[in-house]
Design a protein around this ligand. Sequence first.
Ligand code: HEC
Length: 110
Amino acid sequence: MRTLLLAAVLPLSLLACTGTSDKADTAEAADTDTDTAPDGAALFSANCASCHGESAEGTRTAPGLEREMGLSDSQLIRIMQDGKEEMPAIEVTDTEAQAIVDWLRELFSA
Ligand code: HEC
């Protein structure tokens, strides 16, 4: 005579896991940190010009940056990386932000 204890329901709910979306975290592979300074003009064009204008002259969206040159490098870098009021934080590395600052200073000292 068999004792059918199999009727006891085992909590196998663990099997019910749905597949988690496995987004490959490709961590900024393109962020090569070489010693050569990044191109500030190109970085500005790509990250800032849409709001501030190609020559940082300002647009309807954002002010011209000439009058901001009284700020220190680190203040300018912080504004880029943290954003300010209407301006969103921009994803630039310290090195890239510095290159943009250098380019701006060159631009407005000319
Ligand atoms: C999406 C639009 C947008 C982008 C992109 C953008 N900015 Fe701005 N930025 C603004 C606006 C709007 C302000 C004015 C913020 C405020 O109200 O003070 C501003 C302000 C600034 C200021 C002055 C802050 C102050 O009031 O003293 C600096 C400097 C600046 N931006 C630099 C940059 C640089 C450099 C980049 C690129 C790395 C950049 N911005 C990208 C919109 C933008």
